[in-house]
Design a binder for this molecule. Structure first.
Ligand code: EPU
Length: 330
């Protein structure tokens, strides 16, 4: 057992960051650098091993510097938002985790007419701030997104949404930093959105996006709508426990009307309230796994596999995860 642990330690240390790279980050990078940073501090479900370096750029230049250091040294990079949809394994992350959460988070009105506003928001802005900006302007367009946790970059990259709307319905353009560190603005017609996904190369970093907000109500009316959606969430989702939102995509079967949602399929398979270690399938909503305090990534992964197996057996449907799973096994 001791030998096994030692080998594991050696394997991790072999690829950990050198002193030179750490120094380069300390001296050149415009932003905050956290070495050996526990990812449980940066995920909503409060799970995850340590990242070699967790980087919070203060400027676009800072972001470019981090990406260049990574590219020159063959270091993997992981783009992270607020961590509301990411499960990090217990072995942590070898490489740089880069998050603009709350750092690159400005907004700017790009265009205003009598009927709409085009607002640009940087990737690190927490999306609820944009929802409240829309409310103050009397725009209903974002009200139904209330309660989807995460940043502008995170919600755009996964085309987040509800039964009412998806990001693709409100976005006008997205600005990326590409693999050659060039800024590229792509308009809506040329963006390829799928269910819970924006198709773009893995190396593209979302810098900002423009949202079209229709002026179609009063701020009071929007506030009322927001309250209604908040109540629905409170009533149907286990928001008092750390969680990852919907774990699985709702299945879309060609030609099938009234297809059951992932939550319904999990309930029908009799899996609600099942526990593995500190992780539990929520008794309130089958598509949520909650951390009761001491859950590990392996507990959550075991529940995911159990759900996939049982739902496949009971309904014939192969559920796909909606969440992002990253990091290494211990
Ligand atoms: N239901 C059950 N049992 C359950 C859970 C749900 O019977 O255990 C039933 C509900 O009663 C309802 C139906 O299933 O009739 C749909 O449930 P819900 O309204 O909760 O919607 P959902 O499809 O499960 C989607 C989004 C959520 C979003 C809600 C509300 C996906 C994968 N999930 O959930 O988004 O909050 O609609 O609009 O599309 C997220 O993406 O992380 C997320 C939370």
């Amino acid at each position: 057992m001791h030998k096994e642990l030692l080998n594991r330690w050696k394997k991790i240390k072999k690829v950990a960051l050198s002193h030179e790279i750490k120094d380069e980050l300390k001296f050149k990078f415009d932003g905050e650098v956290l070495f050996d940073e526990p990812m449980r501090e940066h995920t909503y479900i409060k799970i995850g091993g340590k990242a070699d370096a967790y980087l919070i750029p203060k400027s676009l230049d800072g972001l470019i510097t981090a990406l260049k250091i990574a590219a020159e040294n063959g270091i993997p990079t992981f783009f992270h938002g607020a961590g509301s949809n990411t499960l990090v394994k217990e072995g942590g992350i070898r490489g740089f985790v880069i998050s603009t959460y709350n750092s690159l988070s400005r907004t700017e009105i790009k265009l205003e007419t009598e009927s709409f506003l085009d607002v640009e928001a940087e990737s690190g802005l927490i999306f609820s701030r944009l929802i409240h900006l829309a409310k103050d302007q009397g725009c209903l367009s974002l009200a139904s997104f209330i309660g989807i946790p995460g940043t502008v970059g995170g919600l755009v990259s996964m085309n987040a949404g509800t039964r009412e709307a998806e990001i693709k319905d409100v976005v006008r353009s997205v600005t990326f930093l590409d693999k050659d560190f060039q800024i590229v603005e792509v308009s809506r017609e040329n963006l390829e959105f799928e269910y819970r996904k924006l198709k773009c190369p893995r190396t593209h970093f979302i810098v900002k996006a423009v949202f079209r907000l229709e002026k179609n109500a009063t701020p009071e009316k929007v506030a009322e709508e927001i309250k209604k959606y908040q109540k629905r969430r409170q009533d149907t989702q286990p928001l008092n426990f750390p969680n990852l939102g919907s774990m699985f995509k709702n299945p879309i079967l060609q030609g099938q009307k009234n297809q059951l949602t992932a939550g319904q399929l999990i309930e029908e398979a009799g899996l609600k309230d099942v526990r593995v270690g500190g992780a539990r399938i929520s008794p309130k909503h089958g598509n949520f796994i909650i951390n009761e305090g001491q859950a590990t990534a392996n507990d959550v992964l075991a529940l995911i596999e159990m759900i996939k197996d049982h739902v496949k057996t009971s309904s014939g449907i192969a559920l796909e995860t909606e969440i992002k799973i990253i990091g290494e096994d211990l």
